[in-house]
Design a protein around this ligand. Structure first.
Ligand SMILES: [Zn+2]
Length: 290
């Protein structure tokens, strides 16, 4: 069937109009929710507050490798298990749950801070593998407040350590695999903390966006959420930062895979995107070289 050209144009115009007309509705559906809270007056380390006294960074941040830092007590082994983990700054708890998989107990806190150029910006700090969580979703915490304790991850799959991330992208949440693994999404935690170590105290509150994690599939389970393969593919730092120590966690990869399969089996029917590459990822993971 051949449509008269003018009718085709009309249809295209209508389609274009429909798309544009929907935009405000879509945006409206995702209208930003905020809570009012303090601007950070600086950022501390999450262990041995405020300067990480008694702790060392066992692994550093590497784009496309290790997307956070691993912190250990100087005592070695599991002597640091149960040690307090502190919020690095004032902020709002935007995630507190047992994610299981390779993560275990995770807390994410969102912070408002003033950048060097004077503008308010936001970051999420993530504390992973916790033994216990001591804050809940929506809590407002202050710098140095305990958010949980150092742990060994689910089923004690690691030697005790803190996996610590700082994200500039507020949509990541536990959907790390949907985002780039570089500085467009993450800060190098220590660099960020050192840059904003002390900020002017402002006795004012600002709106902090909440419920920003991607809603397309908030509970999407993917291989990327497993810390086990992450640990295996971490490169060893040339400068020594992050060189694995003898007592570093060496997760059992097959166990992690089994865990994924179990969780995936138990999970609710996934949306199309969820299973799209699941086996690809499993196979890719199995074939991944460390
Ligand atoms: Zn880590």
């Amino acid at each position: 069937m051949i449509r008269p050209p003018n009718l085709l144009r009309t249809q295209q115009t209508l389609l274009a109009f429909a798309a544009v007309a929907w935009l405000p509705l879509l945006t409206g559906a995702q209208a930003q929710q905020t809570v009012s809270y303090l601007v950070a007056d600086g950022f501390d380390y999450p262990v041995g507050k405020p300067n990480a006294a008694g702790y060392r960074k066992a692994r550093g941040f590497y784009p496309n490798g290790h997307l956070g830092e691993d912190w250990n007590g100087n005592g070695g082994g599991n002597t640091d298990r149960g040690d307090p983990i502190y919020s690095i700054a004032h902020g709002v708890v935007v995630y507190s749950d047992d994610f299981k998989m390779g993560w275990g107990n995770v807390v994410i806190i969102r912070h408002a801070y003033r950048e060097k150029n004077g503008q308010i910006a936001y970051v999420d700090s993530l504390y992973g593998h916790l033994d216990r969580r001591s804050v809940k979703l929506g809590d407002r915490v202050i710098r140095g407040q305990m958010v949980g304790t150092m742990g060994c991850g689910p089923r004690d799959m690691y030697m005790a350590h803190l996996h610590f991330e700082i994200r500039k992208n507020l949509e990541v949440g536990m959907n790390r695999s949907d985002f780039k693994r570089d500085y467009s999404v993450y800060h190098s935690p220590t660099s960020f903390i050192e840059k904003y170590r002390r900020l002017r105290q402002e006795f004012r509150r600002v709106p902090i966006p909440v419920n920003t994690f991607m809603r397309s599939n908030p509970n999407l389970l993917t291989m990327d959420r497993i810390s086990a393969p992450e640990a295996l593919r971490e490169p060893i730092a040339a400068g020594g930062e992050g060189a694995p120590l003898p007592d570093e966690p060496r997760p059992q990869v097959p166990e992690a895979v089994m865990e994924v399969i179990e969780t995936q089996t138990d999970a609710k029917p996934a949306e199309a995107a969820a299973d799209r590459n699941f086996w690809d990822k499993v196979m890719g993971f199995l074939g991944r070289k460390s």
